[in-house]
Design a binder for this molecule. Structure first.
Ligand code: 13P
Ligand code: ZN
Length: 281
């Protein structure tokens, strides 16, 4: 079922679990994510970054995801991840994305508020939920790079949500995008502190490489959407490399796609269980 993220995130907030949000780069990853969600009866979000959109276009990702989602019973939401501008976010809404993020986290607070509010206003008018980010996730995701990760200030978060009226909020607690070179120091207490003053669902970015224990702690404290990108790319490429190393006679791209889908599906199933959203659809 192709849907928005309103209901699945509200249910997650009430139920004390998180919806897994998985980045896809192509049809194989979309199919693998949906197959995992259907098998585990989990609501799921599929997300595309600006560079992925540049590679495949919003229209194509929306068409593939909608066609695949309509074959299954679980709710599937297509989300624009790290939307880079007002125009990009609005275009995703027009094309049929079920959720969009506007990432103004590199801006000063007032400018981030103004940008996020402008997208939230359009989203509300169109019935599409909007995620924004306050504080910073470290590392590199797409063209978004931050040297250090900055913890979100709870007072700023309260003001930000009141003024922007966004539907969900990504906050900085010490995670980073990409591969961790050393174990991250997470300020999970900060999630509880923000949750005290903000009632909308909170979102965790940079989740690849976090231990099961850390993810569960973040979810218990109030994260309702947990984003995984790097781990899926790694699973996809590991399976591809292994297959080609084992058999250099392969000439059918479908053989590579099948092996990659199997690996991505297994990784998504594992993370769905860690997020606790299996059986919640
Ligand atoms: P990772 O690449 O660390 O999993 O981060 C995912 C993410 O936050 C996507 O927005
Ligand atoms: Zn992210």
């Amino acid at each position: 079922m192709y849907t928005t993220s309103y209901e699945m995130l509200e249910k997650a907030k009430k139920g004390g679990y998180a919806v897994g949000a998985f980045n896809a780069e192509n049809m194989e990853m979309i199919k693998a994510i949906i197959a995992a969600a259907e098998e585990l009866k989990a609501p799921v979000m599929i997300q595309t970054t600006p560079s992925t959109v540049k590679y495949g276009t919003l229209e194509t990702f929306a068409a593939i995801t909608r066609a695949e989602a309509e074959k299954v019973s679980v709710p599937v939401c297509l989300h624009l991840d790290h939307g880079a501008s007002f125009d990009m976010a609005v275009k995703a809404i027009q094309i049929g994305y079920g959720s969009v993020m506007i990432d103004g986290s590199k801006l000063e607070l007032d400018a981030n508020i103004a940008l996020s509010k402008s997208v939230a206003d359009v989203g509300r008018a169109c019935g599409i939920p909007v995620e924004a980010e306050l504080g910073k996730v470290g590392g590199k995701e797409d063209d978004t790079e931050s040297k250090e990760s900055v913890y979100t200030d709870p007072d700023e978060a309260k003001r930000f949500v009141e003024e922007t009226r966004v539907d969900s909020l990504a906050i900085g607690i010490g995670t980073a995008h990409g591969v961790y070179k050393e174990k991250p120091v997470l300020n999970t207490k900060r999630i509880s502190e923000v949750k005290e003053v903000v009632s909308i669902p909170l979102v965790l970015h940079g989740s690849s490489g976090l231990s099961d224990e850390d993810v569960r702690d973040c979810v218990k404290r109030g994260m309702c959407k947990v984003n995984f990108a790097t781990e899926l790319r790694q699973a996809y490429l590991k399976a591809t490399r292994e297959l080609l190393a084992a058999d250099d006679s392969i000439i059918d791209p479908k053989k590579i796609g099948e092996a990659a889908m199997k690996a991505v599906k297994a990784q998504v199933e594992y993370r769905i269980k860690v997020c606790g959203c299996d059986g919640k659809a």
